[in-house]
Design a protein around this ligand. Structure first.
Ligand SMILES: Cc1cc2nc3c(=O)[nH]c(=O)nc-3n(C[C@H](O)[C@H](O)[C@H](O)COP(=O)(O)OP(=O)(O)OC[C@H]3O[C@@H](n4cnc5c(N)ncnc54)[C@H](O)[C@@H]3O)c2cc1C
Length: 473
């Protein structure tokens, strides 16, 4: 009864306050069984637990992912004196396909908020983005069941793996899983490019105050050291704790891995960052103690995957951090099997230039009709799981404005056929992260060249992965 009164009161405010342009709206439907948010949960072959969310369990049947806070609301509901939401930050975690079915009901799949979880995991998985991903995973699982004529629980491990590879191709992120698709012709091509970006020493483009602390995150380079610039108003000591993680997050820096400190003179100081051995193969994050009068130098140009910021600052900034010898933005990263930042950038980033290109070359001719490009819509930006352009303080999100500058906008693909180079596919005004380009017919070629004619603002090309297929026979 009291829930019904609250709903009507909120509706009255929306319709009649004059603040929402809703005077002509009608209320068509209200749920008749209001309940506590976590009141009813389904029992599936596996129930995702708090431990899985916080410790990132590695599931052989991981089918999608979550990453929203464990976001608890008080049991008493809207009238409670407690804070109306307690949010425990989590890093990206996998959810197994077993959360989408129950062995006793072979013709029923779950997706959305009704997947099988324990309460502490549900408060993270119930958000719209994760619900949407569970729908994609359920669809791929249904496809597998139909293809092999089996119930979900009867699928063999290699069939589950095939479903996971299909999800990966459709741009699902499955932590730790890499592209093993034997039909992808790009996997055995040699890759070259017009150029490769390399962060360079230069003057600071701005300063980020460490008065209240802050961090710098960088994947561990082959030579496990880096250099960064700070400015101090007066001689000071700067102290930091190293943390290691597969993916940096301002709220979850990962496992602590030792300390480092520096003596600063007044003015600008270039400092050495010595990555701890635990950071090898993943991210190292220097988390600085509060340092009044000390600031970190910002870079003029973003080095993808290298960030600085502060836990309570909603936007990541571009740190002037120069990693040691590394292959962060090498052209061959586009066929390394990973299509987004995870432990390493896994990205080809060109130097700033007009129409940068990337080339795949094979020993013998290959026949294909489809090229898949996994582009960069600025993946280091946190996207709120709601449509709004302002956020309450505790959420600390910055809303995205306009198109991500790194995203390729106009792209063309040329192929080296027996009659020489010719353009076989192109796209203008792209707004997608996964861009599928069709040649419209089977093309036989020994090389394929992708030309980035224009982005939405950056002067460099950004590309995580390219795949080449013959889809139609
Ligand atoms: C007040 C509130 C605020 C929230 N805020 C956020 C937020 O800010 N961000 C966020 O990410 N998440 C938020 N959530 C959570 C999130 O919105 C839901 O968990 C999520 O939308 C659930 O998606 P779903 O597809 O599983 O179910 P639903 O979105 O509920 O979809 C189920 C659909 O099935 C239909 N249906 C039911 N029975 C039948 C039937 N027999 N035949 C045909 N159709 C049927 C229903 O009408 C409904 O359209 C909020 C939820 C609530 C209640």
């Amino acid at each position: 009864m009291s829930c019904g009164r609250i709903v009507m009161g909120i509706w009255n405010y929306i319709k009649n306050s004059g603040r929402f342009n809703a005077a002509c709206y009608t209320l068509e439907w209200v749920g008749s069984l209001p309940g506590k948010r976590e009141s009813r949960r389904m029992d599936t072959a596996y129930l995702l637990s708090q431990e899985d969310v916080l410790r990132h369990t590695d599931f052989a049947d991981g089918g999608f992912y979550g990453g929203w806070y464990m976001d608890f609301h008080p049991a008493e509901g809207i009238g409670s004196d407690e804070d109306n939401c307690t949010q425990i930050p989590v890093n990206v975690y996998a959810v197994p396909l077993r959360c989408l079915y129950h062995a006793d009901f072979p013709n029923l799949l779950f997706a959305g908020r009704n997947i099988g979880t324990r309460r502490e995991a549900f408060v993270s998985t119930r958000v719209m983005n994760t619900c949407g991903l569970s729908g994609q995973a359920a669809a791929a699982l249904a496809w597998g069941c139909l293809r092999w004529g089996k119930s979900p629980a009867a699928l063999a491990p290699e069939e589950v793996e095939r479903i996971r590879q299909t999800l990966l191709r459709e741009d699902m992120f499955l932590p730790g899983l890499s592209n093993q698709d034997p039909e992808d012709l790009a996997r055995d091509a040699a890759v070259t490019a017009s150029s490769r970006y390399q962060p360079e020493e230069g003057p600071a483009a701005g300063w980020f105050s460490l008065e209240q602390g802050g961090f710098v995150a960088c994947p561990c380079p082959d030579e496990p050291r880096g250099r960064f610039l700070v400015r101090a108003d007066a001689p000071a000591t700067l102290q930091a704790v190293w943390h290691c993680c597969p993916l940096p997050s301002r709220l979850c820096p990962g496992q602590p891995a030792g300390e480092q400190s520096w003596r600063l003179t007044a003015g600008e100081n270039w400092l050495d960052a010595l990555f701890p051995s635990q950071a090898q193969g993943q991210y190292g994050m220097l988390v600085f103690d509060p340092a009044p009068g000390v600031s970190l130098a910002l870079a003029e140009r973003r080095a993808p995957g290298i960030l600085c910021g502060r836990a309570d600052a909603p936007e990541y900034r571009d740190s002037l951090f120069l990693p040691g010898k590394n292959s962060f933005y090498a052209p061959e990263n586009v066929v390394d099997g990973c299509s987004r930042v995870w432990r390493q950038p896994h990205l080809w980033c060109s130097a700033p230039e007009a129409a940068p290109w990337l080339e795949l070359r094979w020993d013998t001719p290959r026949t294909f009709d489809t090229i898949l490009l996994y582009l960069d819509p600025e993946l280091s930006m946190e996207i709120p799981s709601s449509r709004t352009d302002h956020w309450e303080d505790h959420h600390k999100f910055a809303a995205r404005k306009g198109m991500p500058p790194q995203l390729m906008r106009d792209v063309s693909v040329q192929a080296l056929t027996e009659n020489g180079w010719r353009t076989v596919a192109c796209c203008t005004g792209n707004r997608r992260r996964l861009l599928e380009l069709s040649a419209g017919e089977a093309v036989t070629a020994t090389a394929l060249r992708l030309v980035c004619e224009k982005t939405w603002g950056d002067e460099r090309a950004h590309l995580f992965e390219v795949r080449v297929y013959r889809q139609h026979r």
